[in-house]
Design a protein. Structure first.
Length: 324
């Protein structure tokens, strides 16, 4: 531990200041020394003033002089010492006052320093608490970031799966549409062929009936004109009737075939309705999957918008720490 400036140096500096004709003060002695604390220099300066008074009160050896001269000289010397003591005492009072003011200022500075130190300690405690809270918050944000990243990965996988399912659904829909178009074309062709066949049978039956009627009419006219040919005409009529009877089974068979074709057309139409229902269901499922995929994409976009500020903070914090 440092002792301070030696008293001999302070006394020598005070003598030097006094020799220049100046009153030794704390500031002048410290300026002469170039070092020393005000308290140390002030206390030693008080001792210097006490020793100066003692030196001034001491008797000095004089040469052998007459007693009257020696007495007068001693009287003058004592008066000078008394005046010097008064001056010194006044100077000491001023020095004490200055020293007390300086000590009060030092005490005020020390109190202010203590208050500032307490304030700084409180700020340090607050900063440490804030740092701990920030570190916990950063850890929470990092966990949230990891959870968000995992959710994004899961949603991305689900989106990719839904896209694959949508592609499969579209392919199935296209296959069903092609099948429906093929069945519809086949049904139209079969219906047209059936209609053409039924129309031809009906026209042929009508022609046969018309011909039989015409022959019957002709036979009736011939019966009226000639009674002799009645038997022959009756035979022709019988033959025509028999021919008509022979045509009727064929006509019935053709009608049955037409009914069977109609049933087949009805079955094709039912299959077409079933395929149409399947197509609508597949379209509805594809629409639902598309909406779900769009919803997942919106959720992924929202999560990414929340995660990016956290990533920027996470990237900015290490850089700031490194600069610090």
């Amino acid at each position: 531990m440092a002792v301070g400036v030696p008293e001999t140096d302070v006394f020598a500096a005070a003598d030097t200041v006094l020799a220049r004709g100046e009153r030794p003060t704390v500031e002048r002695v410290r300026l002469e020394l170039g070092r020393g604390s005000p308290a140390r220099v002030g206390s030693l300066l008080d001792q210097w003033w006490d020793r100066l008074a003692q030196r001034l009160r001491g008797e000095t050896r004089l040469p052998s002089l007459p007693s009257e001269v020696s007495q007068a000289f001693l009287s003058i010397w004592q008066q000078a010492v008394q005046l010097a003591e008064a001056v010194v005492e006044q100077s000491l009072d001023e020095q004490r006052k200055v020293l007390m003011d300086e000590r009060a200022e030092v005490f005020a500075i020390e109190d202010a320093a203590r208050q500032e130190a307490a304030q700084y300690r409180q700020q340090a405690v607050t900063a440490i608490a804030q740092q701990q809270f920030a570190e916990r918050r950063l850890a929470d944000l990092e966990r949230l970031l990891e959870q968000g990243q995992r959710q994004i990965d899961d949603l991305t996988q689900q989106r990719d799966g839904l896209k694959a399912e949508c592609e499969i659904g579209r392919e199935r829909i296209q296959t069903v549409e092609r099948q429906l178009l093929s069945h519809r074309y086949d049904a139209d062709q079969a219906r047209k062929a059936q209609e053409t066949y039924v129309k031809g049978v009906e026209e042929r039956a009508h022609r046969e009936v018309d011909r039989a009627r015409e022959e019957a009419k002709a036979t009736g006219v011939q019966l009226k004109e000639a009674g002799k040919q009645s038997a022959q005409l009756q035979k022709q009529l019988d033959t025509a009737l028999k021919t008509l009877d022979l045509i009727k089974p064929e006509l019935a068979a053709e009608k049955a075939l037409a009914a069977q074709s109609a049933r087949q057309v009805a079955e094709w139409e039912a299959k077409f309705a079933v395929h149409s229902t399947l197509l609508e269901n597949a379209q509805h499922a594809a629409t639902t999957q598309q909406v779900r995929a769009e919803t997942l994409e919106q959720v992924i976009t929202h999560l990414r918008s929340q995660v990016q500020p956290i990533r920027r903070k996470r990237v900015t914090k290490p850089a700031a720490t490194k600069d610090t």
